[in-house]
Structure formats: structure tokens, C-alpha cells
Ligand binder design. Sequence first.
Ligand SMILES: [Fe+2]
Length: 488
Amino acid sequence: MEEKLTSNEDGSDFPAELEYLSGFGNHLSSEAISGALPQEQNNPLVCPYGLYAEQLSGTSFTSPRKLNQRSWFYRIKPSVTHEPFKSLIPRHKKLVSEFNHSNSSTNPTQLRWKPAKIPESSTDFIDGLYTVSGAGSSFLRHGFAIHMYTANKSMENCAFCNADGDFLIVPQEGRLWIKTECGRLQVSPGEIVVVPQGFRFAIDLPDGPSRGYVAEVFGTHFQLPDLGPIGANGLAASRDFLAPTAWFEDKVCPGYIVVQKFGGELFTAKQDFSPFNVVAWQGNYVPYKYDLSKFCPFNTVLIDHGDPSINTVLTAPSDKPGVALLDFVIFPPRWVVAEHTFRPPYFHRNCMSEFMGLIFGRYEAKADGFLPGGASLHNCMSPHGPDTNTFEATVTGGNDAKPFRITDTMAFMFESCLIARVCPWALESPDMDHNYYQCWMGLKSHFSLEESNLKCTEMQNRNYSRGNGYVVEKLAQKMEDAVDLGCK
Ligand SMILES: [Fe+2]
């Protein structure tokens, strides 16, 4: 069937519509030419159409079956067919995969960045990628890195391969057209894409100026969170994760470069053909995308604010049960209905480290200053919460706030059990908001014994007055309870 193509700014083509394979963690198979996939075994003496068989392992050979991830590619030439790797010159100086005193520092101060400017000079995804924060080490297979990218042109005659970890890419501005060894993906702001460790991929930027966030995890892979008492359905549904279908190009590409990120350094290797030469594949180690608007959020329906973990889309687990090396959490449009509750996120200090970004709209805990494309870092145990304006406006709104729908917003958080170190170029960035702390400095003491007692009694009366018959029966008991609680 003939593909309908759309043209990139630089003249390259990409299909207007792509077909995907649905399901998270499934064992999938796909062939661009019928009969290209061996049916009887993984590694026949001679593969159909004279293809080479090649396995890509995402876990150790001996990982337990439920965790084991690998795929088999059937390709025109094997990926080993390249010249030796050489250090990229000039060096990319802003990528880190082993965080230590020499390349990053710690600081418990709450940090916030304005949106980074997109460069005017020619910059592709690799050039425009820079590490902001992270912890641990890709060498020791434990840790994470948070990167951002600002770019304006497609990768040309080159592919990227990250040997350090998995990339979870969150485009904020500009679509991504991604070629991978499993096929192609179109990813728009509002969607995310995961490119697992070791995959070769190339990113076209059909809209030109582009910006986004990247979480990288070392030594583990993303999985869907357990749902516990929520039950069998809810949050991100397995079927909404989409993997590519097989696609290949049989192209001679003189001087083609594979750029490999290895221990945070970039190396290049020349070859004379496109690495996107996989005619068929099968396995459960695949790149995939997810549309965040498909998320099925859960929320409190009576009192209090749920912990943000309720909005976990994907989690990269640590070795401790329930403790994430890195969670990807979103704050999507939803109804807010809680009664006699401070509805925005509460003030808190967290043993985890929280990096936040905003894809579009406004975040409910910040009246201003946190902009789409911007970011914040609230490191382990650093206090944070709603800013002064949000707090005052919410409390002034009183106890009679009606249910309302938070719309047109998509904030997210990368949350890690590790203490995040911050790279010097991020700390010294002109985008650093040095006045961030001011957003909380206006929070005044409202403490007054007399006023507090009055408010407490008034609120209880209002709450109990919602069900008349019930109130008459229970009021006396409730007031006794209130006395016990200190609302005398
Ligand atoms: Fe927080």
C-alpha cells in the first residue's frame, strides 16, 4: 500500500498516519514484508530474504521471566558493521551519567527555572540535550538523570544510541518524528515516548523550534504501577501504550554516523548504511509512546488531597518494594470536589526528590512563575507547597467552593528516592529564577487562639448543617469530638 507522506521542513518525509501495536509489556511481532519473520525459531541458519538475525537484550539473560526483556531483529546488515567508535569532537560537555563532586553539586534550596530559550543556531536533538540534575551512576546501573532539550532541526545522516539507560521523553513544544529500529513513532506535546537503552533512533523536528524534558533511568526499566485497592482498571491502561510497526530503509548512506552515549560521553562510529534496516522483529523490548490525555485519574471524592502517587503513569522501581528509582507522575485535567478541604497540593517535605515540569496550562499550586517549559526541583526534605497567592485565594474562597474542573493543564513530576545533584550549567543558567523563594515569603501567620476557635466552631456547624436530620441527631456528639480535638 502506498504511504501518504508529509514533508519535514528539511525535506525529509514521514507518513501522515502510522499504525501502531497496542499493549504494555506484551510480546509483539511485526514484519514490513510478509514472511520476513522466522516462524520456527529465533536464529535460523538462513533467515528469510537473507536477513541477519540480531538480539537486543534489555535485561540480563538470566533475569526472571516476568522481568526479562529482549527483542529479535531481522535486518539487512547487522549493527556491528561499523568503523571503531571515536570520541565525539568537539566534546558534548553537558551530559552526565555519573553524578559526583566533579560535575554536580547538592543544595537543598528549592530551585525553579524559567523556560529555556530555543537556540537560533542550528541545533539538533543531540546537540540540544543537556543534563539538569540526577544521582547515581550508569556504570553502577543505579541512578537517574534528568535532561532537557532545546533544538530546531532534525538529525541528519545520524542516529543516536543510549547505552546508559532508558529515555522517557516529554516533548513540551514541537512534535517529534522518531525513527527506531522497530519502526517509526509520531509524538506530539501531550504524549510521551520511551526509548529503551540501546535502541538506535533518530529524531526529526517537523515543527522546527522544539523543547522538552527527558528522564533517564539506569539499571531498570519503566513499568506500570500496581493498582492496589483501585482494582484492575484505572490510571494508564496497558492498551494505550503504542509500539511501532516494522519499517525499514534499504539505503546506502555514505558517512552515516551512529552517536553512542556511553558513560555520559558521546562516541561516534561511521557506517555506510541506515541503521533503520530491520525488516521484521519480535519481542517485548520495544520503544513505545503514550497519550497523556488517555490517563484515567483517580481523586478524593470527599475530603483531603490525595498523595501525588495516585497519578503515577509509569514507575522505574528500585530494589525496595514501593520505593521508586523514578516515578513519572502527571497532574492532568480532572474534577476537584473535596469538601472542607484545602484543595491545592498541601505543604509538605518529602524523603523523595521532586522535579516538576509543565507541558501546557497552569499548575494548581502556583499562581504564577511556573511556566510551560519551565521546571522546578524540590530536593529531598526541602519544604514546598502552594505559593502565597494560591494559599490566600483558596482560603479566601472559603468552605463553600463548588466542585470544579481543572482544565487545559498538564504538569508532571519525575520523583526519585535518590537525592538529586544539580549540574553547574543549570545552576548558573540565565533561566534560573533566583526569586523563587519569594513565592512563599508572603505566607503570614494566621494564628489566633480566639479567631481559630471561632472558625473551628463555625466550620463544624456548616459541615453538620449539610444533612439536616443527621445533624440534629449527631450534633451534640460531634461537638464533643471537636472539644477532644482542641476546637474548644
Ligand atoms: Fe511535592
